[in-house]
Design a protein around this ligand. Sequence first.
Ligand SMILES: NC(=O)c1ccc[n+]([C@@H]2O[C@H](COP(=O)([O-])OP(=O)(O)OC[C@H]3O[C@@H](n4cnc5c(N)ncnc54)[C@H](O)[C@@H]3O)[C@@H](O)[C@H]2O)c1
Length: 262
Amino acid sequence: MKTGLDGKNVVVTGAGSGIGLATAKAFLAEGANVVGVDMNPGEIEPLTGSRLVFLKKDLTGARVGDEVLSAAVEAFGPPAVLVNCAGIAPVRESALDGADADWMHSIDVNFLSVVRMCRALIPAMVDAGGGSVVSVASDAARMPDPFFAEYNVTKASIVMFMKTLSIEFGPKNVRVNTVSPGPTRTPMWDRPGGFADSLAEQLGLSAEEAIRHFATTMRRLPLARLASVDEVAAVNVFLSSPLASFVTGAEYTVNGGSIPTV
Ligand SMILES: NC(=O)c1ccc[n+]([C@@H]2O[C@H](COP(=O)([O-])OP(=O)(O)OC[C@H]3O[C@@H](n4cnc5c(N)ncnc54)[C@H](O)[C@@H]3O)[C@@H](O)[C@H]2O)c1
């Protein structure tokens, strides 16, 4: 079955690393033109070519949506697809530990960046006859974890914002969906001081043993492992494509079967 994304213009945020990088690569493999946005070039910059432009942007800038739209139009023409992957996951010892400035930053990066991108790109999609938006939230949107209060709340906000947009823009032929991954093996886990190191320290195990213990015992994931970035990217691409032409307002979980606690 073909995805129908050949020649489509796509914008992916957080494209420098992890799920965003894998999503950008998956769109390229489908023949799409991709503008990858990230504040860090990461691994995407070396891949740039005739169908991939890297745009170095911090998504906390108030005008960033308009700037990304202009650059995307200049590169390939109006975008038909937006995938919001950029995000951060600050860890606190208590849900009460985040100061106002911490909360404002998490809201800015994880949630307002999505609002900004949608505010700029959805009207352009409407003018062009339609499009698709996918935002990456998380299982954390429904699974409260005191170590990740800002993350949980900003991810829950994304789910509701996507559903809200889907109602307003469905009649204008713009589909809006959420992909909520469970734990996924990305630099968020593997970078020094990342989740793997924190778990290893907490459990007194090696990083690999700690990850296995997390998947099988702590989270009791039926598939008993973390997701790969490609497994999340595949769902991002599917929902963005005409194969999902009657899917909007949905939250697709890609979580190895974990059971939500709320
Ligand atoms: N890895 C997981 O276990 C997991 C699980 C569920 C959801 N997610 C979500 O998936 C998305 C991607 O996560 P990942 O694990 O690939 O992380 P990652 O850290 O590998 O990639 C995130 C990217 O976002 C970029 N970014 C962060 N702040 C930015 C800003 N202000 N402006 C521009 N770019 C910015 C980073 O530079 C980085 O390249 C995030 O939204 C994350 O919350 C990840």
